[in-house]
Design a protein around this ligand. Structure first.
Ligand code: N01
Length: 572
């Protein structure tokens, strides 16, 4: 490819070049802006939304809450912040998490470095001055030495390819773009397409008020009651006392939370104890059921035992035998798609105003002006909700026209699946870094901690470059190929590739089937990043402007910088 890097006309450039430009104001982006500032860099944040919060800004559908416990799903970098914020519930709702994000933005005065309502549409690297030029939908251009994409793994909505979607005459909603004003569904005929985490949370809330709710299910999912509860005021003293140890365990864990599997191995115990262990996890509530035993995501026998247990729960709860049958997940191992967490989801199907349409038996034919037509029936609707998920991990980035100095286009480089070194850098794109994206453990970990780990590592690298007068850093092609192979091999060692999940891109038609997140664990990943640094950033070309062709990517072009010690906190 030989497309030249594009530059803005002078009249379009909104400001002089900054050191660091961060795209996105979710948890990763906000922390990147803060740490860039603390490291003494000039920084600019661009955000498509009108405020901070990322996924928690957009996903405002009724019932939205996080499936990671609130006391874990928060930043750990500042003990004063941790002490000053009080979560009201075990699993926080979307409004409370958004309030937390806004509180963080206020506390560190982050908005002063952000421009909102600026959707980034293009970025091009100018090899002559080693700067990125970043263009927004509003036509603004900005220049920066280092470009950090914190655009989120679950942010680009997946609009299903269903014939006639635009013909629908009623109100069409999407969970990931829910209106900011209240939507009154009282007494209306509502249809919901999609039964992943979003649909499973939304459906019970809609059923409470709708005249009639029709759920269009393509794949039944494993769902576990979340068993949410309010925190009592006196609990906070105990939570605060235990926080340091809880965080220490989380930083040393595989998923960024302090939880561990059952204390005995599945093979060592009898059937009664196995069932008791599953029951205990079920009663604990939430996604941990998917990790009851060590090896549950790897060993088909343990996984099958978990499946049988979950099946019994569905049959106990759902009264109509055919509906229960339709709600039984089949064809994918427990946990290989993100387990859903619910508040009364299965019970919803015992209501008289709720109908389940199993699209495997009664396929969707088209959307019409009046509603949804399946092979066997026409369903008239006032409101149709798409709970159809995301073009996950890569979608937010490949929708941006990102061009490197040798004409590489990111969407083309990733056409057969994402190629990254440590999920952080992409060969062909110097000075560009991706946070919580493909090749990182973020999609399978507690995101705020995953973001902190990557940002800490990145800022140490950038500070190091500044100290050494280094203008460019680019992931080496061989390192990226090796890391991408490792991401793939780690997934293949588990049962995860057996499910048509968003981890694999299988939910988006035409997307290559490649397992995208690193499943080897949060702490092992952090250690791998630290090894890379301690090896003198061995996976990167560290030097001046990269003008070489692909063959030249085989070795470092200048002395790599020595690691800077005593920087921000890391996972160890
Ligand atoms: O999206 P999904 P989501 N016709 O992709 C169906 C996180 N999250 O927004 O499975 C009919 O899981 C699709 O069917 P199938 C969490 O990590 C967390 O619900 O592809 N159906 C599926 O049922 C989660 O995993 C929280 O066969 C179609 C559904 O739409 C991730 O976000 C809350 C279809 C999409 O499910 C994504 O969850 C919400 C079509 N053409 C989200 N296209 C919590 O923290 C798609 N579907 C609790």
């Amino acid at each position: 490819m030989s497309t030249p890097a594009r530059t803005c006309d002078d009249g379009q450039v909104a400001s002089g070049a900054v050191d660091v430009l961060v795209v996105g104001a979710g948890f990763a982006g906000m922390y990147a802006v803060l740490q860039a500032r603390r490291h003494g860099f000039s920084v600019l944040g661009l955000e498509a939304a009108s405020g901070v919060g990322g996924v928690w800004y957009w996903n405002r559908y009724p019932g939205a809450r996080c499936d990671v416990e609130s006391i874990d799903y928060s930043y750990s970098f500042d003990e004063d912040l941790q002490r000053d914020w009080t979560w009201s519930e075990r699993y926080a709702t979307q409004p409370e998490i958004l309030r937390y994000a806004e509180h963080v933005a206020d506390r560190y005065d982050l908005r002063r470095d952000y421009r909102f309502d600026r959707r980034v549409t293009a970025a091009a690297f100018d090899g002559t001055d080693a700067n990125w030029t970043v263009t927004t939908e509003t036509g603004e251009c900005h220049r920066a030495r280092w470009l950090v994409f914190a655009t989120g793994s679950l942010s680009a909505p997946n609009r299903p390819d269903v014939p006639g979607l635009d013909d629908f005459g009623g109100l069409l909603l999407q969970t990931s773009r829910w209106p900011h004003t209240e939507v009154d569904l009282t007494g209306r005929r509502v249809g919901v397409i999609g039964t992943g985490s979003s649909g499973v949370q939304l459906i019970p809330r809609v059923a409470e008020v709708a005249a009639r709710l029709t759920v269009f299910q393509r794949t039944a999912n494993y769902t576990v009651p979340v068993l949410n509860r309010q925190f009592a005021p006196h609990e906070w003293n105990e939570i605060q006392r235990a926080y340091p140890e809880r965080r220490r365990r989380s930083w040393a864990s595989l998923a960024g939370t302090p939880h561990v599997a059952y204390h005995k191995q599945y093979a060592e115990i009898d059937e009664a104890e196995r069932l008791a262990a599953f029951e205990a996890r079920w009663r604990e509530g939430g996604v941990l059921f998917g990790k009851t035993f060590d090896g549950q995501a790897v060993d088909p026998e343990i996984n099958e035992a978990a499946r049988r247990f979950a099946e019994r729960k569905v049959r106990e709860i759902v009264r109509d035998p055919q509906t229960a049958e339709d709600l039984l997940p089949s064809g994918h191992p427990v946990g290989a798609k993100r387990i859903c967490t619910d508040s009364g989801y299965l019970e919803t199907f015992n209501r008289g105003n709720v109908e389940l349409v199993n699209l495997r038996r009664d396929p969707m034919v088209r959307i019409t002006e009046r509603g949804v037509e399946t092979a066997r029936a026409s369903h008239d609707l006032d409101v149709l909700v798409l709970a159809t998920g995301f073009d996950a991990m890569t979608g937010a980035l490949t929708r941006i026209d990102v061009r490197g100095p040798r004409g590489d286009v990111l969407a083309h480089t990733w056409a057969h699946g994402p190629l990254t070194h440590l999920g952080l850098g992409v060969p062909g794109f110097p000075n560009l870094f991706v946070l919580t994206g493909p090749g990182s453990p973020a999609g399978l970990s507690n995101l705020p901690l995953a973001a902190e780990q990557q940002v800490n590592w990145l800022m140490e690298l950038l500070a190091n470059c500044r100290q050494r007068g280094i203008r460019t850093v680019e992931a080496r092609a061989d390192a990226a190929q090796a890391w991408t192979r490792r991401v793939d091999e780690a997934a293949r060692a588990t049962l995860f590739p057996r499910a048509d999940s968003w981890y694999l891109g299988a939910n988006v038609s035409g997307k290559p089937r490649v397992f995208m997140p690193y499943i080897g664990g949060f702490k092992p990943y952090a250690d791998r990043c630290d090894d890379d640094r301690d090896g003198g950033y061995a996976g990167w070309h560290v030097g001046d402007v990269t003008t070489a062709d692909a063959e030249d990517l085989a070795g470092p072009r200048s002395e790599p910088p020595a690691p800077v010690r005593g920087g921000p906190r890391t996972a160890t």
